[in-house]
Design a protein around this ligand. Structure first.
Ligand SMILES: [Cu+2]
Length: 676
């Protein structure tokens, strides 16, 4: 064991002396009010406070405390978001309204990975097909929002140190006047390989005979190293208008993915975003917004750290070089129409995705033949939407929206699935209606009915990774149709100043759901199927006497492959959380119990295996003194060995059934922050 014991001891000694400190405004009470009164039933949010208090290494991991959200763990970082069992392109992940894409065909770099915590103010989640401002929010949308500019000089310094030499340091400084403002930020993250509850490294999960095992000299190499820098400049030409331009660069190096057969050599991301907003243009035009963005990710992965690369003259036996690029423009306005507000807009984006794979073993006669795994595919999408929000008296609010999208997909290179310039196109309509009714002052009922769509992505359409039998070939399906989700949501919320209780229930009827399946013993591909999903979430937060707060949540989703008469694969099990917190505004201490039930609803067609249930305990505490704060804790206090059901994989580049990546064992962390 390492010298982890000293960290919490120092922390609790420090906290012990400060219990009598005077209470400031209580953020916890504010949060209950925000959740209870400002958020719709089908929305959730996570504040940067909640992110900072958790030992999460990335936004995905921080979000798993939210009802309805789970993650796919592939390593120590870069966790992929799952919302109500909807994964990948079934949900939309946006950063300040911009679509962002990952380059890796195995999702080593999911969209939310490309943003550092320190850039973020809060994360909003829309559950169900109710975001029609953006294309593709079929199962829901996750909107990452960057920090708002403040007047004067302000700075934000954070330093976290934790088990496995995990370091997360960041510094951001900004200056703002009434007419202009600027911001500069930098963040650094690194960690050694964490251990799971059984005391083994999470990289040490392979049998001694597996070619995918880490080499003895790399099994304990660093788990990741990430540098991120960002800047923003804003001008306010008038008191009711603002223009902003921001740029971020992220360089992730040496990221280990024990879940897969390869690791990331690098992952370099550029994000550029420009917005212009003008309010109160005329009595009719309440607001106009313009946006243009560009982002680009280049990614290189290989097996240089694995046994499979031993003796290879190039130092690798397989590698994939991938890039993706997104460009988009959006224009929208809010108009005062009748007694309501009409929001309407047009948008366009273009995404390019290209991945070239090379393997020593693929065709023995011609090793390292480049394969156009994703054949330089361009996706163009143009859409328009209108949404009308009509308050009907004090108690009732009606919102209805419609959106149309045209999508063109074209391959610029060939592989066995597609010739150069092969193309396909889609035309889709989404719509929804949302009714909110407040029969009593503290009670709110929500009914939503929506139709959401998403087009098949370039990977599902055109991926081609041929292999010589008995190895499994991974191949797309150029005939895929867009998925259509017809969903109904029912919500009930009870909220007072001191209590918040929200329950939601959803049912989804999915036409042409894109399902990954075993087409033959040597081929895996995608097919459109009929499927249904239903689920429920319960969230609550109560303020008790003596500055105590109780929080609890439950989430459940069940997916069914109607065509196959079996469960949908990769659906998270029932999970829940209970937390008791003491918080007087200056000092807090919290105990959290996390639970997940066994998942035995598995897809036999993919040879998916059940996962055992588990329960873990976390403790955390913190102290604020003026601009300085310190918080820390221990995650998985009892050092349980456990697995998230989603952390197994079955793609050709995944390590296969039986090689699940365990969750971290007991982890200590402490964060020092200075903000003024
Ligand atoms: Cu990759």
């Amino acid at each position: 064991m390492k010298k982890q014991g000293t960290v919490p001891l120092v922390l609790f000694m420090l906290l012990g002396t400060s219990l009598s400190a005077a209470g400031a405004d209580n953020v916890m009470l504010d949060e209950i009010i925000v959740r209870g009164e400002k958020e719709a039933s089908n929305q959730e949010s996570l504040t940067i406070r909640e992110v900072r208090e958790s030992p999460a290494k990335d936004i995905g991991e921080a979000l798993k405390q939210v009802e309805g959200i789970d993650i796919v763990r592939k390593g120590a970082i870069a966790n992929d978001l799952v919302l109500r069992g909807f994964q990948r392109d079934n949900i939309n992940v946006l950063v300040d309204g911009a679509k962002i894409f990952g380059a890796c065909p195995s999702r080593m770099d999911p969209p939310a990975f490309h943003v550092d915590f320190t850039e973020v103010e809060q994360i909003k989640i829309v559950k169900g097909p109710y975001d029609i401002e953006n294309p593709g929010s079929m199962g829901g949308a996750v909107e990452i929002q960057s920090k708002q500019q403040r007047k004067g000089f302000s700075s934000d310094l954070n330093l976290t140190y934790g088990s496995y030499n995990a370091v997360n340091g960041s510094a951001a400084a900004s200056y703002g006047t009434d007419t202009f403002d600027g911001l500069l930020g930098y963040a650094y993250k690194r960690s050694d390989v964490p251990k799971s509850g059984d005391g083994r490294l999470i990289t040490d999960i392979y049998p001694a005979t597996s070619p995918n095992r880490y080499r003895p000299d790399t099994v304990d190499s660093k788990a990741y190293e990430i540098n991120t820098g960002w800047t923003r400049f804003g001008v306010n030409p008038t008191s009711s208008s603002r223009s902003e331009i921001s740029y971020s660069y992220q360089d992730a190096e040496h990221v280990l993915y024990p879940y897969l057969k390869m690791d990331a050599d690098y992952d370099r991301t550029h994000r550029l975003n420009w917005t212009y907003r003008i309010e109160k243009v005329s009595p009719l035009v309440r607001e106009l917004k313009l946006q243009a963005y560009w982002n680009r990710v280049s990614h290189l992965m290989n097996d240089s750290l694995r046994q499979s690369s031993a003796g290879q003259p190039r130092g690798v036996s397989m590698q994939t070089d991938a890039t993706t690029q997104g460009v988009g423009v959006k224009m929208q306005g809010s108009l005062a129409v009748g007694t309501g507000t009409l929001k309407s807009g047009v948008d366009y984006y273009n995404r390019n995705w290209d991945a070239v794979n090379q393997r020593a073993m693929f065709t023995m006669t011609n090793p390292f033949t480049p394969v156009n795994m994703i054949p330089d595919v361009f996706v163009d999408n143009g859409g328009m939407f209108a949404e009308y929000n009509l308050p009907l008296g004090e108690q009732v609010n009606l919102k209805a929206g419609i959106r149309g999208d045209l999508t063109w997909v074209k391959a610029e290179r060939s592989n066995t699935l597609t010739a150069v310039s092969n193309s396909t196109d889609f035309a889709e309509v989404s719509a929804n209606i949302q009714l909110t009714y407040k029969p009593l002052n503290d009670v709110e009922l929500f009914l939503g009915i929506g139709r959401g769509t998403r087009t098949p992505d370039p990977e599902e359409l055109y991926i081609d990774l041929p292999a010589s039998a008995p190895s499994v070939t991974w191949r797309g399906n150029p005939d895929l149709k867009p998925t259509i989700n017809h969903e109904a949501d029912l919500g009930m919320k009870y909220a007072t100043d001191r209590l918040y209780l929200n329950t939601t229930l959803f049912y989804s009827d999915l036409t042409d759901y894109v399902n990954f399946f075993q087409a033959s013993s040597t081929l895996k591909s995608y097919q459109n199927i009929e499927a249904t999903m239903w689920g429920a979430e319960l969230g609550s937060q109560v303020s008790l006497p003596y500055d105590l707060f109780l929080k609890g949540s439950l989430s459940y989703t069940e997916g069914r492959n109607t065509d196959g008469g079996r469960p949908l694969p990769e659906i998270p099990p029932l999970k829940g959380m209970m937390a008791l917190r003491y918080d007087n505004g200056t000092f807090f201490a919290e105990a959290v119990e996390n639970m997940a039930r066994e998942q035995d609803r598995v897809d036999a067609g993919l040879n998916e295996q059940p996962t055992a249930g588990w329960a873990t305990t976390d403790l955390k505490a913190g102290y604020n003194y003026k601009a300085l704060s310190v918080n820390g804790g221990v995650y998985n206090l009892f050092d349980k060995q456990y697995y998230s059901h989603l952390s197994y994989q079955r793609d050709p580049f995944a390590s296969g059934v039986g090689f699940k990546v365990p969750e971290n064992g007991r982890t200590f962390y402490i964060t020092l922050a200075y903000r003024f």
